[in-house]
Design a protein around this ligand. Structure first.
Ligand SMILES: *Cc1c(COP(=O)(O)O)cnc(C)c1O
Length: 457
């Protein structure tokens, strides 16, 4: 092992970022505004505050302030599990025989098992500061629900989680981690909301989707006194909080005197990728540096690579605001055989706009190839990766092999957004040879696009 560059680079506690970076401030063409689904006019702060906490709404709508201070109680909580390490993947490089230098930023070293805690703790802090008593949310694979349960326990809030039904059944341990932190967990679609009842009637036996669980959680928040809804991805505010990942990565790379050529992240709703790339995109936008940035998504839920850039509902129940984004249609539900998370039908408005402007590339990968990469990574680097994160590993390996073929010693940085401890059913299926790739047909996607709302904005 080369000893010039350490295997792991940590910042000190003093070097933790004191402010989040808001990349929208440096974008000339801003992400399109959220629209009220009834009036089709941009949502006002007052409208959004009926659903979300006040400070989160302020951050959601702030396209101009580049640095937003991290409140001291949030910084204090961050110290429990941050800074996270930047790791030089020497063992993977050796196994691949590549001249490329591979680094990854590991966000899985906390009980929630992923980067989601970075935003959960901020959002629960703002809810508490506003005097909110109950918060509702949805969770897909379970990481967001766990992160939010942890934040709620820390700040003394009651947390109600709607968990996508197939995950609820496949991941009983996730459910019980959330309950350990005091949350109520309901499988979605449920019979506890009007929207859940309607979806159960229209799609009997459905295994649920994130969009549907969102509708239920929002309905619960607006019908319960002193409650607000918190979302774990997609929104500007979430991408903002996740910038702590990129700021730490940037600082660690500067310490090492290393400049990346390629930066890679998996993208579901887009928050971990948005956070990782934020300061680097800022450098690109200000003309200071250039990087290739690659978003990786599942072939079974390919919003950037096969979706439409259009206004769409953020939820299946069509009650939430409309967002302009790359979308497969709010009614799109990925195949139940898809194991790897990243099941959301749309993509963050900010990332969508960067992609539309050509500032970011996107690639879709099949899940059997993703699990091959996951197993190779686990066996070489030791860490068991989340299936979501393994989408980024897949493309990092592919890029490193390209470097090998071209004889180039490029530097690749990717986001390892979480651990795979709660995904062993999926790993088991892969190892037993029972995993298949289900890719939506053009006809299926066109049928879904036909349901997009007609918006002339
Ligand atoms: C939730 C999650 C993702 C996907 O969400 P983004 O908002 O796209 O980051 C990726 N990796 C892990 C480990 C997750 O828990």
């Amino acid at each position: 092992m080369n000893t010039d560059i350490p295997y792991k680079t940590y910042l000190s506690e003093d070097e933790l970022p004191k402010a989040w970076y808001n990349v929208r401030a440096d974008m000339k063409q801003k992400p399109a505004p959220l629209l009220n689904p009834k009036t089709l006019q941009p949502c006002t702060a007052a409208e959004l505050e009926q659903v979300f906490c006040r400070e989160c709404v302020r951050q959601e709508l702030d396209n101009d302030t580049p640095y937003i201070p991290i409140p001291q109680p949030v910084l204090d909580f961050y110290k429990m599990y941050r800074p996270s390490p930047l790791v030089r993947a020497y063992f993977l490089e050796k196994a691949l025989g590549t001249p490329a230098k591979i680094y990854y930023k590991f966000e899985g070293n906390n009980t929630s098992g992923s980067h989601k805690l970075n935003s959960a703790i901020a959002q629960t802090y703002y809810a508490k500061a506003q005097g909110i008593s109950d918060i509702t949310t949805e969770t897909g694979a379970g990481q967001w629900g766990t992160a939010l349960s942890m934040g709620s326990a820390f700040f003394g809030l009651k947390c109600h989680v709607y968990m996508v039904k197939c995950s609820y059944e496949q991941k009983p341990f996730r459910r019980d981690v959330m309950r350990t932190y005091g949350a109520d967990v309901t499988p979605s679609p449920s019979m506890t909301t009007e929207i859940g009842k309607r979806i159960n009637e229209e799609h009997p036996g459905t295994t649920g989707s994130l969009g549907c669980a969102i509708s239920e959680a929002v309905e619960r928040a607006v019908t319960m006194p002193n409650a607000r809804y918190l979302l774990g991805s997609v929104l500007n505010q979430v991408c903002l909080h996740q910038s702590v990942i990129g700021l730490e990565t940037q600082a660690a790379l500067q310490k090492l005197g290393v400049k990346p050529d390629v930066i890679i992240g998996c993208a579901g709703g887009g928050s971990n990728l948005a956070g990782l790339i934020a300061p680097f995109v800022g450098e690109k936008l200000r003309g200071e540096n250039d990087y290739r940035i690659i978003a990786v998504e599942p072939a079974s839920c390919p919003s950037l690579t096969r979706g439409k850039y259009a206004y769409d509902f953020c939820d299946t129940g069509r009650v939430c605001p409309l967002q302009k984004m790359y979308t497969l249609g709010a009614g799109f539900i990925p195949s139940a055989s898809h194991a790897g998370g990243l099941r959301y039908h749309g993509m963050s408005a900010m990332l969508s706009e960067l992609y539309a402007q050509g500032l970011m590339e996107a690639r879709s990968v099949e899940q059997t190839k993703v699990f091959e990469a996951a197993v190779q990574f686990a066996r070489t680097e030791g860490t068991l990766p989340a299936p979501e994160s393994s989408h980024a590993i897949r493309v990092a390996i592919d890029e490193a092999l390209r470097c090998k073929a071209e004889g180039k010693a490029e530097t690749i940085v990717f986001g390892l957004s979480g651990t795979g401890y709660f995904d062993m059913m999926s790993y088991g299926r892969f190892i037993d040879g029972n995993m298949s790739d289900t890719i939506p047909t053009d006809d299926e996607l066109n049928a879904s696009f036909a349901q997009l709302p007609q918006v002339n904005a």
